[in-house]
Design a protein around this ligand. Structure first.
Ligand code: ADP
Ligand code: MG
Length: 357
C-alpha cells in the first residue's frame, strides 16, 4: 500500500502541444491517501483512463512526476510499480483454468505454491467462482471472465494500489451490485489504496470515501459524496451528481444579491465576481420551495417517482426543477423561492463566495 503523489501532471497524446486544448489531462496535482478508497468519476472522454494509466505506468506523462511513498516512479515500467490494474474488458488466459488464471500473478512473483493455493482458494470464494475453478476460461461468459479479471486484480495482497477502470461494464446489473459490495468489503478488510474509475455516480458514491470528479481533462472537485452534493465547487458537479441535478440559472450581480429576470434574490454578501464573468445561481431541486409566495412560475411537467414527485417549472423563461413529497400539492398559481442555505453562486462555472455558505 502506498500514498500516491501526483505532482503537476499534464498529458498530451500528440507531439508538441501548444494550447490547453491539446492536453487530454490539463493539470493534476494532488495526493491519493494511503489506504483511501477513491472513485474517479466523469463523463466519457474526460481523461479518467489517461490518469489511471499514468498511475500504473502504462503512460508516461508529458509533464510532472508521480511518487509512491515519496519515491519517484515516473520513469518506472508498470511491472516495477507493484500495482494491480483491472481493465474495462476481461484480460484472461483462455487456455488456462480459472484457478490458474488467478494463480498467475502470484506464481509470477515467485510465491511458494502452498501460499498460492491458499490465496487462490480465498479469491475464488470471495468472488463465488467455486463452480468454475477447474474449467478453462475459454468457454465462460463475459461476466465470468470479468470476474476472473477482478480476481487477478485482488489476488495479490502486497500491491501498492489496486486500480479499476470501469470494471463492471460487461457485468449484469444484479451481479454489479454484489461485486461492488464485495470490493468495498475487500477495501475494509485489507485497506489497499484503491482507485475506481466510473462514469456512473451511483457506483462512485457507493464505493468511495473520496470522489474525484473530472471534467474536460481537469479535476473539478475532490470530496466526500456529501460535500459534492451539498457544496458543488463547479456547476458540472452540481448537475452531474444528484438526480435530478442542480438547477443552474443565469443571473446578474445586483447589490447585495442577484437578479433573476425581474426578481431580486437577496444574499448575505454581495457577489464577488469580476466584470465579464458569467454569473449563475445553483440550487438543488431539494432546496426549491413551492408555495404562494416568491417568484411566479408555471408548471411544465410533473413526474411521480415513488415517494417523491419531480415538478418542472418555467420561471422567467428558465426551467427550474423542484422535488416535492408525494402528498405535497402545487398551488394553482405557484410561486417559487430558494432556501438560502441551498444557494450557491458561480462565476464562469466555479463556485464563489456570496452564496449563503
Ligand atoms: P475517459 O477514460 O474518461 O473516457 P480517456 O482518458 O480515455 O477518457 O480520454 C481522454 C481524451 O484523450 C479523449 O479526448 C480521448 O479521445 C483522448 N485519447 C485517449 N487515448 C488516446 C490515444 N491513445 N491517442 C490519442 N488520443 C487519445
Ligand atoms: Mg476510459
Amino acid at each position: 500500500m502506498a500514498r500516491i503523489d501526483l505532482e503537476h501532471i499534464r498529458h498530451a497524446y500528440g507531439a508538441a502541444p501548444k494550447s490547453a486544448d491539446d492536453y487530454a489531462l490539463k493539470e493534476v496535482h494532488h495526493v491519493w491517501r494511503d489506504g483511501g478508497a477513491y472513485a474517479l468519476l466523469g463523463p466519457s472522454g474526460c481523461g479518467k483512463t489517461t490518469l489511471l494509466n499514468i498511475i500504473s505506468g502504462l503512460i508516461t506523462p508529458s509533464e510532472g512526476r508521480i511518487l509512491f511513498d515519496g519515491q519517484d516512479v515516473t520513469q518506472l515500467a508498470p511491472e516495477d510499480r507493484n500495482i494491480a490494474q483491472v481493465f474495462q474488458f476481461p484480460v484472461v488466459y483462455d487456455t488456462m483454468t480459472v484457478a490458474d488464471n488467478l494463480a498467475f500473478p502470484l506464481r509470477n512473483r515467485g510465491m511458494n505454491e502452498a501460499d498460492v493455493q491458499k490465496r487462490v482458494r480465498e479469491t475464488i470464494e470471495m468472488l463465488d467462482l467455486g463452480a468454475h475453478a477447474n474449467r478453462k476460461a475459454q468457454r465462460l461468459t463475459a461476466d465470468l471472465k470479468q470476474k476472473i479479471s477482478l480476481g487477478r486484480g485482488l489476488v495479490r495482497q502486497d500491491v501498492n494500489a489496486i486500480l479499476f477502470d470501469e470494471p463492471l461494464t460487461v457485468i449484469d446489473p444484479h451481479m454489479k451490485w454484489q461485486l461492488r459490495s464485495q470490493l468495498k468489503l475487500v477495501h475494509k478488510q485489507f485497506g489497499h489504496t484503491m482507485v475506481y474509475v466510473t462514469h456512473d455516480q451511483t457506483e462512485a458514491l457507493t464505493f468511495a470515501d473520496t470522489v474525484v470528479v473530472m471534467y474536460g481533462g481537469e479535476i473539478v472537485q475532490i470530496g466526500t459524496p456529501q460535500e459534492l452534493f451539498e457544496r458543488p465547487s463547479h456547476t458540472f458537479v452540481g448537475y452531474f451528481i444528484g438526480s435530478p441535478g442542480m438547477n443552474v440559472l443565469p443571473v446578474q450581480a445586483d447589490g447585495a444579491g442577484v437578479r433573476l429576470g425581474s426578481h431580486h434574490i437577496p444574499l448575505p454578501k454581495p457577489v464577488g465576481a469580476s466584470a465579464g464573468e458569467k454569473i449563475e445561481l445553483g440550487v438543488r431541486p431539494e432546496h426549491v420551495r413551492v408555495g404562494r409566495e416568491g417568484m411566479a412560475a408555471r408548471v411544465s411537467k410533473v413526474e411521480d417517482v415513488g415517494r417523491q414527485k419531480i415538478v418542472r417549472f418555467s420561471l422567467e423563461g428558465q426551467e427550474v426543477v423542484a422535488v416535492l413529497k408525494e402528498d405535497e400539492t402545487v398551488p394553482a398559481e405557484p410561486h417559487l423561492s430558494f432556501s438560502p442555505e441551498g444557494i450557491g453562486i458561480y462565476a464562469d462555472s466555479w463556485r464563489i463566495g456570496g452564496g449563503s455558505r
